[in-house]
Write a protein that binds this ligand. Structure first.
Ligand code: DOR
Ligand code: ZN
Length: 428
């Protein structure tokens, strides 16, 4: 079943080739290949390594009204993803080996995408007592990334110890950078739009100051720090300085922070509520430039499904978060490829190669070549489609891109030689 012939695919948008896959591995590339196996005619689509999302909320266990490992895996396969990192802010929190092993096992049972559980840094995400990182790292789930995402590890003593411990375990601490003391009651980016709407502001400095502190702590610990969902142009400058000084820091930006601004808030539609908040046009411009330059390493979705009852409410009561898995590639093409900031090699770098490197995945984000795993996304670069939340595979519908016409579509996803999605149909 794992033998496959992919015909007429253009690796990184270059010349078309055929690829013969046996046992999940590319064994031959060339033109005019034939074999008595299943054929996937790519029809000239761009062939990229399968996408790796460092930041996904799958909501299982405990939030199954919004998403499950199964529905989230289906959304991932439709988006061209072959690996996702499932954030631990579930109920119960993924702060023990039992919970991370459960999530990992559910991912394997569904079998559409490699589901890597992220372990909590602190017990119950409460920021008080460090969770047993070593036990989770050594468990069957082999946790490689830890985060209290949704909340910031605010206590510098705990953050310092977590980084020291992470360094000895060779794992990554992913920080949701938000100084909660500066964001009490915050509902929107602190700026003119928030003032006009009468919403309490979330100042960009609440992100910038935590990132600056954490870079100093990571340097001292010799640890790998990953900064989640960078949203502010000032944070980019902090990251640039830290990287110049050799700090082991990586960073992600979400599709929504590449495309949307707080101007969207004037509708008061809570679909636009997200944490960190949508910021200004200057910030989106800085995010794009930093991603092109590599100061921001990767695009991560922060796919945050919320059932309708959590969004169909007044702004202040609505939960923050947006869907991302099924629209990420198109938003990256729209914001980065169309303006000439990234080519297809660059897309492979930010959606697949760098995320796999940061998380230490040996068999994802690999070159497209003989002897390498057949783990791919196929992209029709000429497609144009209209986003409809109701038509997405995710259980929730909270896409901020509703009704938008976006370029490029993922036409097939292949995980170790197995087709997981073809023309929008998930192959369970
Ligand atoms: O908007 C957000 N939603 N930001 C977070 O940090 C958490 C996430 C969620 O879990 O819904
Ligand atoms: Zn977060």
């Amino acid at each position: 079943m794992k033998d496959l012939l992919i015909k007429n695919a253009r690796p990184y948008g270059e010349d078309a080739v055929d690829l013969l896959v046996r046992d999940g591995v590319v064994v031959e590339t060339g033109s005019g290949l034939s074999a008595d196996v299943d054929v996937l005619d790519a029809d000239g689509a761009v062939l990229l390594p399968g996408f790796v999302d460092l930041h996904t909320h799958l909501r299982e266990p405990g939030g199954e009204e919004s998403e499950t490992v199964e529905t989230g895996s289906r959304a991932a396969a439709r988006g061209g993803y072959t690996a996702v990192f499932a954030m631990p802010n579930t109920d119960p929190v993924a702060d023990t080996a039992v919970v991370v092993e459960h999530v990992r096992r559910r991912g394997e049972e569904v079998g559409l995408v490699d589901v890597h559980p992220v372990g909590a840094v602190t017990v119950g995400l409460e920021g008080v007592k460090m969770a047993e990182l070593g036990t989770m790292a050594r468990s069957r789930a082999r946790v490689r990334m830890f985060s209290d995402d949704g909340r910031c590890v605010h206590d510098p003593v705990i953050m310092r110890r977590a980084l020291e411990y992470a360094s000895s375990l060779d794992v990554v601490i992913a920080q949701h950078a938000e100084d909660h003391r500066l964001t009490v009651g915050a509902q929107a980016h602190e700026g003119v739009v928030a003032s006009r709407l009468g919403l309490a502001g979330w100042p960009a400095t609440a992100e910038e100051t935590i990132v600056a502190r954490d870079c100093a702590l990571a340097r001292e610990a010799g640890a790998a720090l990953h900064v989640c969902h960078v949203s502010s142009l000032r944070t980019v400058e902090v990251l640039r300085a830290a990287k110049d000084q050799g700090v082991r820091v990586s960073a992600e930006v979400t599709p929504h922070h590449l495309l949307l601004t707080d101007a969207a808030l004037t509708s008061y539609d809570p679909v636009n509520k997200v944490n960190p908040p949508l910021r200004t046009g200057e910030d989106t411009k800085a995010m794009r430039a930093a991603l092109a330059e590599g100061v921001i390493d990767v695009v991560a979705t922060d796919h945050a499904p919320h059932a309708q009852q959590y969004k169909d409410t007044e702004w202040a009561a609505a939960k923050p978060g947006m869907l991302g898995l099924e629209t990420a590639l198109s938003v990256v093409v729209h914001t980065m490829v169309e303006p000439g900031l990234l080519d297809w090699r660059g897309v492979a770098r930010v959606l697949s190669e760098r995320p796999a490197e940061i998380a230490g995945l040996p068999d994802q984000g690999r070159p497209i070549a003989e002897g390498e795993p057949a783990t791919f996304a196929l992209v029709d670069p000429d497609a144009v489609w209209t986003v409809r939340g109701a038509a997405l595979a995710s259980k929730a519908t909270n896409t901020p891109f509703e009704g938008m016409r976006l370029p490029a579509a993922v036409t097939a996803t292949v995980l170790r030689g197995r087709i997981t999605m073809r023309n929008g149909e998930v192959q369970a």
